[in-house]
Design a binder for this molecule. Sequence first.
Ligand code: PLP
Length: 418
Amino acid sequence: MGSSLTERDKKVIWHPYSPQKYAPEPIPVVKGHGSWIFDENGRRYLDAISSWWVTIHGHAHPYIAGKIYRQALELEQVIFAGFTHAPAVNLAEKLLGILPGNFSKIFYSDNGSTAVEVAIKMATQFWWNKGEKKRNRILAFNHSYHGDTFGAMSVSERGLFTLAFHDRLFEVNFVDPPRIGVKQDISSLLEQCVCVIYEPLLQGAGGMNVYDAKALDEFIALCRSHGVICIADEVMTGFGRTGKMFASENCVNKPDIICLSKGLTGGTMAMGVTACSKLIHDAFVTDDKKKTFFHGHSFTANPLSCAAALASLDLFKIENTFQHIGRIVRSHESFAARLAGYRNIKNIRQCGTIIAFEIPDEVSGYTSSIRDVITASGLENGVYLRPLGNTVYLMPPYCMSEEEMERVYEVVLEICTK
Ligand SMILES: Cc1ncc(COP(=O)(O)O)c(C=O)c1O
């Protein structure tokens, strides 16, 4: 008998966000279907967090799989500097048709962090190309999370994830996410700002903090009045998560740049998108070669990823996805009311298809050991949960049925209210 997959894995693989000394053994997965993940021992788990927030139509969706397969037989990859292809152009046209704001160009990359890197570089070079030197500050929100590469870490909260790198991150000014009636005196700072980056309505990895759309709207208006480029990081909130296709739809004032990934391909293929307005792009239309945007990744606009993203957008229509989103939003609302009856459940909040709450612990935040206990108990009960420390949240794929949702709620109540 050969070694098990888990034993072989242990010898050769370093998993993300996993302590190397005491991390629980990874579950050997063999199959996904709809809201379910199946392991090699015949056990199955409801994926209550959409596999790190990416799976929106369900696992191994045959429609998306078919489109990827057919695309793979035609063109699997081609250099995207100097070449183009129909999947990339079709997807760009489709995205520009639905994005909230006046976007004129789509820049492709590979993941959420690269979408953010591109956005920050674009905004920075916009001013450099214009010869504007007095703007040298970047603004971001306390508790924000924008990814794990150096630029993305720099604009994220200085916390546990970034601890080892603080000396190497570029300086950023952090302010609290806006709140109605709370004025922050930042006008002189804004005059020096290249850009502001924000996760609209909901800060994800920073603790599932929901904040007000109206306050954000006023904040964007203020930034704009000082000429600051507004970057909406919709890597998590995009594609229906907050109840609308994009969270920025909740604001009158739209961003100049928007970052997408995760649900973009229905959660099937790695892909990032950074869309920008004409104003931004115009600063790069010049005879001066030094003003070129020197950024690109080997797999930029990978045709398989484009085909997957197009298929995912089709599914929103074919499967009436927004009806399912509405159903999940309503069932979370009822669940919030049920949760409110338990004294050890605190700070219940909901943003569209995402519901979160805290279980008080001596150590709050990411290092709380509540997380491991809940993940383990959830798995024993056939539900995959991955709290952010003592913050428990649900972010299901939109295909999760009423019965499956109810099963998730029951398990959460069972293990979180003890
Ligand atoms: C708002 C936001 N931006 C960026 C990222 C980084 O995306 P990726 O993990 O694909 O690099 C994430 C990941 O969770 C995110 O939530």
